[in-house]
Write a protein that binds this ligand. Sequence first.
Ligand SMILES: NC(=O)c1ccc[n+]([C@@H]2O[C@H](COP(=O)([O-])OP(=O)(O)OC[C@H]3O[C@@H](n4cnc5c(N)ncnc54)[C@H](O)[C@@H]3O)[C@@H](O)[C@H]2O)c1
Length: 446
Amino acid sequence: MSTPGAAHSDAASIKPHTGKLGIMIPGMGAVATTLIAGVEAIRQGMAKPIGSLTQMGTIRLGKRTDGNSPLIKDFVDIAPLEDLVFTGWDIFGGNLYDAAKTAQVLDRDTLQAIRPFLESIQPMPAAFDQHYVKRLTAQHQKIGKNKCDLANQIRNDIAEFKTKTDRQVMIWCGSTEIFMEQTEVHQSLAAFEKGLVDDDPGITPSMLYAWAALKEGIPFANGAPNLTVDIPALNELSRKMNAPICGKDFKTGQTFLKTVLAPAFKTRMLGVSGWYSTNILGNRDGEVLDDPESFKTKEVSKLGVLEYIFQPHLHPDLYKDLYHKVRINYYPPRGDNKEGWDNIDIFGWLGYPMQIKVDFLCRDSILAAPLALDLVLFMDLAARTSTLKGLGIQEWLSFYFKDPDHAKEVYPEHDLFIQSMKLKNTLRHIMGQDLITHLGLDYYGE
Ligand SMILES: NC(=O)c1ccc[n+]([C@@H]2O[C@H](COP(=O)([O-])OP(=O)(O)OC[C@H]3O[C@@H](n4cnc5c(N)ncnc54)[C@H](O)[C@@H]3O)[C@@H](O)[C@H]2O)c1
């Protein structure tokens, strides 16, 4: 691996990426099949990895006058797409060709061209409990005497996959579980592991997968807003096993735009009195979110961002009375092609009101797949990097999440551009390069 640009401080030690990288996915629905089919289509030269920072992004090194902006994948040692091997679990059996057809995201021609590859992957039976996802009924599920037994069955699946791959990363692309708050069982690893044996209701299926992955020393990322690893017990396990964790809920559509627009208003000191966001979508995710308990989990994740970006305690005249509302409506005719509307009531000089309307006709899984790809590649990098792997939470990956994980003492960073700078400076840092502060004074004067 060549390293463009001279190193200026101590670089971290990064184990090389040799061998196969196994991607383990609980929940092989629309996002997972779009990710896997997309990677194969790209490997076969049929398409480009658009939307993926690891594949298409560049990173500036040194001064603007140096003209040195290599591709990120040429700068840090990221596993190449050729090395990726996929497996996973789902409550629906069959193979991924059928699952991708059901999801109706990719067109027939693309799916036909990679059909044998997709047919070769069959989800393993899931650890599932309908109490946590009310709208789905399992057809393909593990049977165990308690949650500990189910989690150990997942560990056995992982152990088996370890014999076929050299390193592994797990990413939850499963449905959104019902809203959960932390209880006693989440407060320590000891309490959690006792709770597994006691079938504690605070332990959800996504936590079983996360526990199994971390116990096996495997990084875990969460594409959904579920509580999952966002509890002291699994934070503890992550640090103990040097197995990275990050945030939750992919920041793909409406929230992605929100975390671009809100910092723009704030940076110009424009006030906001109301922000009404509504969505219609008709995929299985939309059906699951039609259940009020799953919607609550998503709602909390979507609502959090403005509070942190606007900091109303610092700017009461501008944001104290902001009315923020988020709705999601299940509307089958649209399938995966979500429409997200935002009505934003802002005010300017002397308090004069103005309005902004955003109508984002997006494709949910087309936006999510490249984020999932970047996350598994960056989580693998973190697990191989001396200065990152023992940290537990990888805050530098906040860029990808509606609800980034963060140290207890700090608030999460939601501004997309601060997140992007944090991510790129982390890459510069581990490679021993100067950080870029955008100060730029040294271009002027003598
Ligand atoms: N697509 C986006 O833009 C986006 C953005 C943010 C978050 N998400 C989240 O990503 C997740 C996946 O989205 P999707 O559109 O692929 O949904 P989907 O319904 O198509 O796929 C989810 C899959 O998870 C499976 N599943 C549910 N519980 C499981 C369990 N315990 N074990 C194994 N499998 C299980 C379901 O059977 C289903 O096939 C959802 O939680 C969604 O909210 C998606």
